[in-house]
Each structure stands twice: as structure tokens, then as C-alpha cells.
Design a binder for this molecule. Structure first.
Ligand code: RIB
Length: 310
């Protein structure tokens, strides 16, 4: 089982010809309303890949709660550890999507601020192979849960996104840190890792902090650096991009699911990389996440054009 402790949002996404400047109003295209939030997206991706998944976090008792949870319920993500907080709004995200499929996101956290580590019992942790965390719920709660998970021999993965000003990285109970290039540099800067190329810094971070560092590189693939200096890297996929929203979440969720079922690093990276690439081919975060069969079909067909990692 994979336990995800993280955020649940309702995403409102609009394609725009360009991002509005201060004081400007831009007329966009059709609104897409989709389940979102990094925690929910990762739980949904892991479930679509076939894992048993439990999501812990919080939503409000308001009109946004039900649509924010609809995909998760349909997919069969366990929601018993999700709190409903009276008098608080469900988290929401306002997203603009440019012509290249790149997004700009503003999140109103709402009930996510009330996510609590106590929602997950030690029995839950003992039954889980992986605990997956991000940074859209209070980090102190995630840290407490990580420590308890370690005590139950559950592997702890942290997708360090988004890195907020003032966040004090604490990697003591983390087995795998998942970051994109920007997050890697933010994390490495705050931990005093010497400046350098992303791959060099990922290796240095892994060595200095005794955890694996999984660096996602979008269309250029991904690399995983281990504390023993070994590296596993995967080429990217050149597929048409419609919407990159939540691609990193798809990657993290599928990687966690693959590790939880016992796949080795290379297998898990390969599956996550393909799922993330496929998820960019349609609009939305959860709506665009592929089922496992689609990931395996894509990998079997070899329909991708691999790119070298720079
Ligand atoms: O990573 C994408 C997600 O970030 C969106 O679904 C949005 O809700 C924000 O949490």
C-alpha cells in the first residue's frame, strides 16, 4: 500500500493567449474543473498505476469538497483518513495555461492547512510500503509522520514541491527526495550544497544527506542519485504537450506505486517517466493521468523518441 499525506484542491484551469500582466484582463478559452492538489494528484496517479492507496489530508465542508474528491472516489483511493473541517474552504487552485502547455498556478490552501499527521495510525503505516509527502500541507505534520513511518519500516518519499520561503529542509527521515531542477537548486542552496550543474548537485545532496535524490527533467527524463554515488538515469520522451499541470505529481505517484510493488529503481523510473510524459497529452492534472495499461502499452510499443540527459 502507498499512503499519501498531502493536499486536496479543486483546480480551475483556463488556456490563455498570454499570462496577464498587472492590471490586465485576458480572455481565455474553455474552463476545465478538475480534482487537483499535489497530494490528491499523486494518490490518483498511484492508484491508476494499480497500487492500493490511502490519502490523508483535509477538505472543507463546502461546495468544492465533493468535486475535489470525485476522481479519487471513482478510482478507489481510500479516503477514511481524510478530515472534513467545518467552517473552512476546500483548497482551490487557479491555473492559466499558455500556448506551450506551461502553467501558472495560484493556490488558496484552505483546509489543507489543517491536515494532521494523527489521521494516519501506526497500523496504517505498518501495512504501507511507501509514505509519499509534498509541501502543500504543514511540514511539521509531514515530519512527524515521516518519523513514525520510518519506525514501521515504511519507505518515506518527499516531493519537495512547492519550496516556500522560510521552509527549513529536514531530510533526516526521508529516503527519497523528488525534485525538479528549480526545487533541486532551492533545496541545495538552503542546505549549503556547492553551486553546480543539476546532476552534480543531486549527487552531492544525496551523499551529504544520506538519501536518494530523484531529479525530474521533464522532456529530458530523470535521474536518481544514491548516497553510495551510484546513479540511475532515464531518457525523456518527445511527445506532444497539451498541458504540463501535475506532470510531476504523476511522476511521483507512479514512482511510489512501482517501488511499493517491488520494482527496482530502473523499472520504477521508467514507468514514472512514461506516465508523466503521457499525462502531458491532455488537459488537467488527474483527468490526464494514464491507466497502467496505457503506460505499459506505450513502453512496449517503443513509440517514444528518447532524448539524452544534458
Ligand atoms: O502540481 C499541480 C497541482 O498544484 C495542481 O493540481 C494544483 O492544485 C496545485 O496544487
Amino acid at each position: 500500500m502507498v499512503i499519501v499525506f498531502g493536499s486536496v484542491n479543486l483546480d480551475l484551469s483556463v488556456p490563455v493567449p498570454h499570462a496577464p500582466r498587472a492590471g490586465e484582463t485576458v480572455l481565455g478559452g474553455a474552463l476545465l474543473v478538475d480534482g487537483g492538489g499535489k497530494g490528491a494528484n499523486q494518490a490518483h496517479a498511484a492508484r491508476r498505476y494499480g497500487a492500493r492507496v490511502m490519502l490523508a489530508g483535509a477538505v472543507g465542508e463546502d461546495a468544492l469538497g465533493a468535486p475535489a474528491l470525485a476522481n479519487l472516489e471513482r478510482a478507489g483511493v481510500g479516503l477514511d483518513a481524510l478530515r472534513r473541517i467545518a467552517g473552512t474552504a476546500t483548497g482551490s487552485a487557479l491555473i492559466t495555461l499558455d500556448a506551450h502547455g506551461e502553467n501558472r498556478i495560484v493556490v488558496a490552501p484552505g483546509a489543507n492547512a489543517a491536515a494532521c499527521a494523527d489521521s494516519v495510525t501506526d497500523d496504517d503505516l505498518a501495512r504501507a510500503r511507501v509514505l509519499l509527502l509534498q509541501l502543500e500541507v504543514p511540514f511539521e505534520q509531514s515530519r512527524r509522520l515521516a518519523r513514525r513511518a520510518r519506525a514501521q519500516d515504511c519507505r518515506v518519499m518527499l516531493n519537495a514541491a512547492p519550496v516556500l520561503p522560510g521552509w527549513r529542509p529536514e531530510l533526516a527521515d526521508i529516503d527519497v527526495v523528488i525534485v525538479n531542477r528549480i526545487e533541486l537548486h532551492q533545496l541545495a542552496d538552503s542546505l549549503g550544497v556547492a553551486p553546480g550543474a543539476p546532476a552534480t548537485r543531486a549527487r552531492a545532496l544525496a551523499r551529504a544527506h544520506g538519501c536518494e535524490v530523484l531529479l525530474t527533467l521533464g522532456a529530458h527524463g530523470a535521474m536518481l542519485a544514491a548516497p553510495d554515488a551510484s546513479v540511475c538515469s532515464m531518457n525523456g520522451h518527445a511527445l506532444p504537450v497539451v498541458d504540463t499541470t501535475g506532470a510531476g505529481d504523476t511522476f511521483a505517484g507512479v514512482f511510489a506505486a512501482a517501488v511499493a510493488e517491488g520494482q527496482n529503481r530502473a523499472g520504477a523510473l521508467r514507468a514514472a517517466n512514461a506516465a508523466a510524459a503521457l499525462s502531458c497529452g491532455a488537459r488537467g492534472a488527474q483527468a490526464a493521468q494514464p491507466q497502467r495499461a496505457a503506460v505499459e502499452h506505450f513502453l512496449r510499443a517503443g513509440a517514444d523518441q528518447p532524448k539524452e540527459i544534458p
